[in-house]
Design a protein around this ligand. Structure first.
Ligand SMILES: *[C@@H]1O[C@H](CO)[C@@H](O)[C@H](O)[C@H]1NC(C)=O
Ligand SMILES: *[C@@H]1O[C@H](CO)[C@@H](O)[C@H](O)[C@H]1NC(C)=O
Ligand SMILES: *[C@@H]1O[C@H](CO)[C@@H](O)[C@H](O)[C@H]1NC(C)=O
Ligand SMILES: *[C@@H]1O[C@H](CO)[C@@H](O)[C@H](O)[C@H]1NC(C)=O
Ligand SMILES: *[C@@H]1O[C@H](CO)[C@@H](O)[C@H](O)[C@H]1NC(C)=O
Ligand SMILES: *[C@@H]1O[C@H](CO)[C@@H](O)[C@H](O)[C@H]1NC(C)=O
Ligand SMILES: *[C@@H]1O[C@H](CO)[C@@H](O)[C@H](O)[C@H]1NC(C)=O
Length: 293
């Protein structure tokens, strides 16, 4: 193709796409269009006209509500319409089946008036209408989520973006469980700390420090028979799940190596936006660090 022809081709292509997008008027009302957004009527395998002439047969068609559940559609999702409107020829008894009458349409002898097959009430929403966001997904080192511009397929594109990407994990910081998990007995006080999130990953860790503000060890021996006998000593992670239940885990044992620091690790659930504590596989919404009683 020569350059000029190519440019003309581009011009025509975009000109006609532009025209087809401009075909639908803006809806009269803001928000959801009155009847929702219907796709076009479509023929399927059951659509074959059961008569060859006279508008005597019917054809089955279906259409899909494109905007559910954001804007629910009203009206039928299937219909029967007349079909094959050519006049019947001798020796059939009738030329046309009621309510159609023989007439000449565009120079052709047929049965009419032919019902409109395209009865589009579609309009472009005044503002962007999107499906809800999908959950966040980690793709390589990037988190992304998408949503569907619901009127796009009828030629009404949205102005806002349908995709969001970020490197920071989409799970929020768990809250402070201090006031929510008072039923858990703890030793020398509690301390809330933020998770350290790993950019471009689905992981985070919580640095569990077994020291109090004065630098004294925060690790404390279990005083019950079993724990004391085994000389266990550790720091507790206290966690509240979405249903309000508080559970604990001894993230590390301080006693054998004089350890006063350890990590609790978490994985981000991009669908719920909550962190999952790796050791239990449970989602947590609040955390606090305490020591054994
Ligand atoms: C659907 O089927 C009807 C009846 O057979 C026919 O008149 C019409 O042209 C068909 N429409 C499409 C889009 O194929
Ligand atoms: C065509 O099919 C429709 C729907 O099944 C039926 O109501 C109608 O009587 C049929 N017409 C003929 C001519 O068979
Ligand atoms: C649409 O219909 C569904 C199912 O009937 C319902 O759950 C939903 O709330 C409706 N949405 C709106 C916007 O009315
Ligand atoms: C979003 O993540 C999904 C799943 O990992 C991937 O298939 C898709 O290509 C990503 N989209 C973008 C825009 O990065
Ligand atoms: C543990 O701490 C004690 C007292 O500070 C010290 O004597 C000992 O060497 C430490 N043990 C280890 C394994 O670091
Ligand atoms: C905690 O995890 C971070 C990141 O993986 C690491 O740099 C740090 O050394 C860990 N700390 C402990 C005490 O394991
Ligand atoms: C992530 O969250 C979704 C929505 O709450 C939930 O259905 C799914 O089971 C969770 N996945 C894991 C691994 O916990």
């Amino acid at each position: 193709m020569k350059t000029q022809e190519y440019l003309l081709f581009c011009f025509l292509t975009f000109y006609f796409i532009g025209v087809s997008f401009a075909q639908l008027a803006k809806c009269a009302e803001p928000g959801c269009p009155a009847n929702g957004i219907w796709g076009e009527w479509k023929n399927d395998t059951k659509s074959i006209c059961n008569m060859t002439c006279g508008g005597c047969g019917t054809s089955f068609q279906t259409r899909e509500c494109l905007s559910t559940p954001v804007c629910n559609c009203t009206g039928n999702s299937h219909r029967y319409i007349g079909c094959n409107f050519g006049a019947c020829e001798y020796p059939t008894q009738k030329t046309c089946c009621p309510p159609y009458l023989p007439m000449v349409i565009n120079g052709v002898y047929m049965c009419g008036p032919v019902p409109k097959t395209i009865e589009s009430t579609a309009c472009c929403p005044q503002t962007d209408l999107f499906s809800p966001w999908t959950g966040w997904q980690l793709s390589g080192n990037t988190w992304n989520r998408t949503r569907k511009c619901i009127a796009e397929s009828i030629g009404c594109p949205c102005t806002a973006a349908s995709t969001q990407t970020q490197t920071q994990p989409p799970c929020g910081q768990p809250g402070d469980a201090t006031d929510y998990c008072k039923n858990i007995p703890v030793g020398r006080g509690v301390k809330h700390q933020d998770l350290v999130m790993n950019d471009g990953e689905d992981s985070a860790y919580l640095v569990m420090i077994g020291k109090n503000q004065d630098g004294n060890t925060y690790c404390q021996s279990l005083t019950d028979k079993y724990g004391a006998g085994m000389e266990f000593e550790g720091v507790l992670l206290i966690m509240q799940d979405a249903s309000g239940v508080c559970t604990t885990d001894t993230v590390f044992d301080c006693s054998p190596i004089n350890s006063t620091i350890g990590n609790a690790t978490f994985t981000c659930n991009g669908t719920s936006g909550n962190w999952i504590y790796d050791y239990t596989g449970k989602e947590v919404i609040r955390t606090v660090i305490g020591s054994w009683v």
